[in-house]
Design a protein around this ligand. Structure first.
Ligand code: FES
Length: 95
């Protein structure tokens, strides 16, 4: 699934562009990586190191670590990290 799933008719902040696995994503300033990707239909943020199964946002408040992604080699929680212009985000991370 792709496209913008945000609710229409709401005044939003400035646009921010970043990539996820090489795909260009347009978000709004102040959004987290997790919610910007959610709005574009990207649910799988990493794969389990145990069985390879898909992992996505679970708590959306920084507790579960299911949303780990990589930015410039650093592993971060997508639900706690705001989007920035030009950032390159990759799936990844443990646990
Ligand atoms: S979704 Fe739980 S830490 Fe990000």
């Amino acid at each position: 699934m792709s496209g913008d799933l945000r609710i229409g008719g709401i005044r939003r902040g400035d646009s921010v562009e970043f990539t996820f696995e090489g795909e260009r994503i347009v978000a709004q300033k102040g959004e987290t990586i997790a919610m910007a990707l959610w709005a574009h239909g990207q649910r799988v943020l990493r794969n389990s190191s145990r069985d390879g199964g898909p992992r996505a946002v679970l708590c959306n408040m920084g507790v579960c670590y299911e949303c780990l992604v990589r930015i410039d080699g650093a592993v971060v929680r997508a639900c706690m990290t705001e989007v920035e212009n030009g950032m390159s985000v990759l799936r990844g991370g443990k646990p």
